[in-house]
Design a binder for this molecule. Structure first.
Ligand code: PEP
Length: 256
């Protein structure tokens, strides 16, 4: 069986200015040793305005921490006021970019077609998309969460080759668990992550599906991360609130 390196990604959302970002990255790096940072891939996802500062901190001190953005434009450049393009992120040393976060689907009306274009734009620029999918409470109560998430997955990966899909990270984030303190149970997380991998097998083949890392996101903390990570199809976590505290996020990265 394929071994997938665990990935812990901290989504800072719209928090921290560039000075605070520098402080948090330094503290995080100081809290983890080389072995820990090698075993568990540790990534931060700051606001755009912090990326240059994070790049300087990581490069200057050769920190074993990856970083990326929280969104990107589907276009390469042009008259798109306020947007940020893939080549700009790649030039700043980003390796990851979040695509289709539920907050962007909700507040910026991003649909699966746009998410699909953004995934393609990320890959075209050598960035690893962290593709977010997940159901709201109403869909969960109707027990339609699995087909809902698989539909979002199909839509976002449409037209990609198996080779491209191996480079995608999928994050299952039930919307009812984001920022609410209500974590999905480890079984709930495994149910959807397992079905996502099955769908990847059906569409892109076993070899490809085995290589894709699938994260769980939604109120992950140091106290619940180990049980979630013990699930066979959960390969990491996308962490919001708890990633803003260096010691707490380091503790999450130390889960094994
Ligand atoms: C997120 O928004 O990606 C997230 C998982 O947030 P939180 O950990 O705060 O629930």
């Amino acid at each position: 069986s394929t071994t997938r390196r665990p990935l812990m990604a901290g989504n800072w959302k719209m928090n921290l200015n560039h000075l605070e970002a520098n402080l948090l990255v330094q503290k995080l790096a100081a809290s983890l040793n080389e072995k820990q940072l090698t075993e568990v891939e540790t990534v931060v996802l700051p606001p755009f305005t912090d990326l240059r500062t994070v790049q300087t901190a990581v490069d200057g001190d050769k920190l074993l921490i990856g970083y990326g953005a929280q969104d990107l434009s589907p276009y390469q450049s042009g008259a798109y006021t306020g947007d940020i393009a893939g080549p700009m992120l790649a030039k700043l040393g980003c390796t990851y970019v979040v695509v289709g976060h539920s907050e962007r689907r909700q507040y910026h009306h991003e649909d699966d077609a746009l998410v699909n274009a953004k995934v393609a734009a990320a890959l075209a620029n050598g960035l690893t998309p962290i593709l977010c999918i997940g159901e709201g409470l109403e869909i969960r109560e109707q027990l339609r969460h699995v087909p809902h998430c698989c539909d979002q997955l199909d839509g976002a990966l449409k037209g990609l080759t198996p080779e491209q899909v191996t480079k995608v990270v999928v994050a299952y984030e039930p919307v009812w668990a984001i920022g609410t303190g209500k974590t999905a149970t480890p079984d709930d997380a495994q149910e959807v992550c397992g079905e996502v991998r099955k769908r990847l097998v059906e569409t892109f083949g076993q070899d490809t599906a085995d290589q894709v890392r699938i994260l769980y996101g939604g109120s992950v903390k140091s106290s619940n991360v180990a049980a979630i990570m013990a699930q066979p199809d959960v390969d990491g976590a996308l962490v919001g609130g708890a990633s803003l505290d260096a010691e707490e996020f380091a503790q999450i990265c130390r889960f094994p």
